[in-house]
Write a protein that binds this ligand. Structure first.
Ligand SMILES: [Zn+2]
Length: 390
């Protein structure tokens, strides 16, 4: 029987999570202590360096018709089937399909990397904007945020039997090396590969202590593939790949026998994505590089890992739906939702949260967050998998 991401699997997951109701009960006293104040931070778009995003989105609006004409077609990136049905159209001009065979959610028409290279070469100030986006990822605040996030991932990896001290780690799609910094702090021996040449140069200039090589996730440099790493990580990388099976084959080759792969992807089963669809800010095909062209659910993520020669060790989801966006959507107040269309239209987002909505969300959010993650429906999925011998 084919399992569906949209059926009642969530109910089964809840019944298995025996402690989820206890966790919910635990949350009740905590929410009583939350002052009915207004959380202004929730009114900011959860992306760094908004001006650069606005600039790229507006350039994309002018040029997208010609660039989309260079998109390349692909079959289901998980099972290779050609039959799929349309789920919805994204606001930046793409189409999400769901595979008839394996239920994979993907964008079949993808603008390839080479077209993006030409695109940016054509825009005079593109490099400057890219650099300003990168600069925002190496501030003290950004490093602190990375420390919180990646420390947790490394602790999960350690809890599943991997020794971290002295372990050789390859981080695929390392961008400006945030995870490498934290890995080094935790006594791992990390190195990274990154497909964006601008990011590799940025790393070398600003973080010379890191080892970063130029290489696409789908075409790892031969010397890297042969090194027999103890750990390979791919933090929010797989959703951007034209051929995720190929990227995972590279990770498999780079690992030593029995080595662990840790990765995160946006979760296609997330409530915000399922309900808001084109209004969800993380449902996009790409307006400044390849976007989220693969949207894995816990089921399809487990499937792709299995097909790529890995045994799934652990899977969870984390973070929480932005319920404020859901409330706006249900009230049909589309102008207030954080999405690509409003990014282009307004260039900024309102910071005038409404007191009544703030009070309700302060009360409900802790409990809702626990429930959605018990259902494996949080916005980010984290998976840990072990290399299976061939
Ligand atoms: Zn498929």
């Amino acid at each position: 029987m084919t399992r569906s991401w949209s059926d009642n699997d969530g109910v089964t997951a809840l019944s298995r999570a025996a402690d989820s109701l206890a966790a919910l009960a635990e949350a009740i006293p905590a929410r009583g202590q939350v002052a009915p104040s207004i959380d202004t931070s929730a009114a900011e778009l959860p992306i760094q360096n908004l001006p650069a995003h606005v600039r790229f989105a507006r350039i994309w609006e002018q040029r997208r018709a010609s660039v989309l004409a260079s998109a390349e077609s692909r079959r289901c990136p998980l099972c290779g089937a050609a039959e799929s049905r349309t789920w919805f159209l994204t606001q930046d001009g793409y189409r999400y399909d769901i595979c008839d065979q394996c239920r994979m959610i993907y964008i079949p028409e993808v603008v390839p990397m080479a077209a993006w290279d030409r695109y940016f070469a054509d825009i005079p100030d593109a490099r400057e904007h890219l650099r300003s986006q990168m600069a925002a990822t190496i501030t003290v605040d950004a490093l602190d945020a990375h420390r919180v996030r990646f420390s947790r991932y490394f602790e999960l990896i350690e809890r599943h039997g991997a020794a971290l001290r002295g372990a050789r780690l390859l981080d695929i799609g390392t961008y400006t090396g945030g995870a490498l910094k934290i890995a080094a702090e935790r006594s791992l021996e990390p190195e990274g590969v990154e497909g964006l040449e601008e990011a590799v140069q940025f790393c070398r200039a600003h973080r010379p202590e890191l080892r970063v090589t130029l290489g696409h996730a789908e075409a790892l440099p031969e010397p890297v593939r042969r090194q027999g790493f103890d750990l390979v990580t791919m933090w929010e990388t797989l959703e951007h790949t034209f051929d995720p099976m190929r990227a995972l084959a590279g990770a498999w080759q780079a690992l030593k026998a029995g080595g662990l792969l840790g990765l995160t992807v946006p979760n296609g089963r997330n409530v915000q994505c399922s309900v808001l669809r084109d209004y969800c800010f993380f449902a996009y095909g790409g307006y400044q590089g390849i976007g989220h062209v693969n949207l894995f659910t816990p089921e399809t993520l487990a499937d792709v890992l299995d097909r790529s020669g890995f045994d799934l060790v652990y899977l969870e989801t984390e973070f929480s739906t932005d319920w404020r966006q859901m409330a706006y959507y249900l009230q049909l107040r589309f102008e207030r939702i954080y999405c690509y269309r409003n990014l282009v239209r307004h260039g900024e987002f309102t910071r005038n949260p409404e007191p009544s909505l703030g009070v309700i969300l302060n009360w409900l959010s802790p409990a809702l967050t626990r429930i959605e993650n018990a259902l494996q429906a949080g916005p980010i999925a984290f998976a840990l998998a072990r290399k299976r011998p061939r």
